[in-house]
Design a protein around this ligand. Structure first.
Ligand SMILES: [Zn+2]
Ligand SMILES: [Zn+2]
Ligand SMILES: [Zn+2]
Length: 161
C-alpha cells in the first residue's frame, strides 16, 4: 500500500495561500483610504463665483444709447415672431421694436441682431433685457419705459416699482 504524498502536502499549501491573500487584502484597504480626497476650498470658491455671475444683470452697458423711445403703438406682449409667427419665447428689439423668437425656437432675435446691429432685446416671457454684444442681461432706468409697457400689456396692470 502506497500513501499518496500529495495528500499530506496539499492542506498546508492551501493554508499558505490563505495567509498570503489576507495580507494582500489588508494592504489594499489601507492604500485605498489614503487616496480619497475631500473637495478643496479652491474648488468651492470657483463654484460660488460662477453662480453669482450668472444672476446679476449689468447696470450699465455701452449700447444703452441705441435704445429708441417706444413706438406710438406701444408694446404688445402677445405678439408672435414676425419671421416664423411662433408665439413662444418672443423678444422685441429695443431699437426698431420688431418681434422675434428666441434662441430655443428659431433664433430670429439673434439673426435680427446680426443683420441690423441693433444690440438689445426685451423678453416678452420674463421682461428681462439681453444685450447681444455684451452677452449679458442689463437693467438700467433707460429700459423702464419699455419694461413697464410690456408689463402693462402682459398683466394688465402697472409694473411694481
Ligand atoms: Zn421666429
Ligand atoms: Zn431692431
Ligand atoms: Zn451692451
Amino acid at each position: 500500500m502506497l500513501l499518496n504524498p500529495f495528500l499530506q502536502v496539499l492542506p498546508s499549501t492551501l493554508g499558505l495561500f490563505d495567509l498570503n491573500e489576507d495580507t494582500e487584502m489588508s494592504d489594499q484597504s489601507s492604500s485605498g483610504s489614503s487616496s480619497t480626497r475631500a473637495p478643496s476650498h479652491q474648488d468651492l470658491e470657483v463654484m460660488s463665483m460662477g453662480a453669482a455671475h450668472a444672476v446679476v444683470p449689468l447696470s450699465e452697458c455701452p449700447h444703452l444709447h441705441q435704445v429708441e423711445p417706444l413706438p406710438p403703438t406701444g408694446i404688445n406682449a402677445a405678439s408672435t415672431c414676425t419671421e416664423c409667427t411662433i408665439g413662444a419665447e418672443v423678444w422685441t428689439c429695443l431699437t426698431c421694436y420688431k418681434y422675434n423668437c428666441g434662441r430655443f425656437v428659431n433664433e430670429h432675435a439673434l439673426m435680427h441682431h446680426l443683420n441690423s446691429s441693433h444690440p438689445m432685446a426685451l423678453s416678452m416671457a420674463d421682461l428681462s433685457v439681453w444685450c447681444y454684444p455684451c452677452e449679458a442681461y442689463v437693467h438700467n432706468p433707460v429700459l423702464i419705459p419699455a419694461k413697464s409697457a410690456a408689463h402693462q400689456s402682459k398683466f394688465g396692470e402697472q409694473m411694481p416699482s
